[in-house]
Ligand binder design. Structure first.
Ligand SMILES: [Ca+2]
Ligand SMILES: [Ca+2]
Ligand SMILES: [Ca+2]
Ligand SMILES: [Ca+2]
Length: 297
């Protein structure tokens, strides 16, 4: 007579089977169902925690792997922070988090596990302390045609007359006075570094400011001008056409005698007085020549 084989429910018979998991009876045997992070023991009788840290060297880079029941967690190195699932370490961006000791005049640069500080342009230092560079002292050639003024993180140029700072104020550039309106009327303007020059049209001469051409009285142009000589036109006395002003009426010479000329005047200075560029006579401390000084002509 054949023995009637009956399945044995091992799970029911031995409640200690599959400890830490769920015992599942099968035809002729049983299985243990283990929760995540657990594996069957060698003898197949229990569910045991898996030590993930021992299984893999690649876990918790930049940190330390800590085994836990059913799982593992990372304890991260300084400068790194754990991911939300605590199973990885990522660099902490100290710059973005404003968790750094960089000088206010330095840029924070994030690096893996740390950060570094670099002084901004115009500053010297290690990034944690930054001091202003004195560009004017370091390079005496800065601000040609002007004066270099040191400033925090930079410098600027204050320019001499006739020059204007460039847009960034780091240099002085010539002013093109010829672009101004009403300059060198009756003449041609020539721009020069720091100044300009008027080349006056025929019949005009530079006024005392040197910046404009005024009517000039040319006597006997017909004689001195070859073109006029050629067609033998009668001489024109332009002086007669210009109503002359007697500047001497307003006594411009001071310590001298005024002599009116057509279109201008001359000062004949008294002894001990000297003609100035303003066309008047000023006392001098040194000279006492009896000779009178006067303007030419
Ligand atoms: Ca584990
Ligand atoms: Ca970092
Ligand atoms: Ca500076
Ligand atoms: Ca100029």
């Amino acid at each position: 007579m054949m023995k009637n084989c009956m399945d044995v429910d091992e799970c029911e018979r031995n409640p200690l089977l599959c400890q830490g998991g769920t015992c599942l009876n099968t035809e002729g045997s049983y299985e243990c169902e283990c929760p995540p992070g657990h594996a069957l023991s060698v003898d197949g009788s229990a569910c045991e925690d898996v030590n993930e840290c021992q299984l893999s060297d690649n876990l918790c880079k930049n940190g330390q792997c800590i085994n836990m029941m059913g799982t593992y967690q990372c304890s991260c190195d300084t400068g790194y922070q754990a991911t939300p699932d605590r199973q990885g370490c990522v660099d902490e961006d100290e710059c973005a988090a404003e968790d750094h000791n960089c000088n206010p005049n330095a840029d924070c640069v994030n690096t893996p596990g740390s950060y570094r500080c670099a002084c901004k342009e115009g500053f010297n230092g290690d990034g944690f302390s930054c001091s202003d560079m004195d560009e004017c002292a370091d390079n005496v050639n800065l601000c040609e045609n002007g004066q270099c003024l040191n400033a925090p993180g930079g410098y600027r140029c204050e320019c001499e007359m006739g020059f204007t700072p460039t847009e960034d104020s780091k240099a002085c550039q010539d002013i093109d006075e010829c672009n101004f309106q009403n300059i060198c009327v009756f003449g041609t303007c020539q721009n020069l570094p720091g100044m300009f020059r008027c080349v006056c049209d025929d019949g005009y001469e530079l006024d005392r400011s040197g910046g404009n051409c005024t009517g000039l009285c040319l006597r006997h142009v017909g004689v001195t001008d070859g073109r006029n000589k050629a067609n033998s036109s009668p001489d024109i006395d332009e002086c007669q056409e210009l109503p002359d002003i007697d500047e001497c009426e307003r006594q411009p010479c001071g310590n001298g005698t005024c002599k009116n000329t057509v279109g201008s005047y001359n000062c004949l200075c008294f002894p001990g007085f000297e003609l100035t560029h303003n066309n008047d006579c000023m006392g001098t401390s040194h000279c006492c020549s009896p000779a009178q000084r006067s303007t030419a002509g």
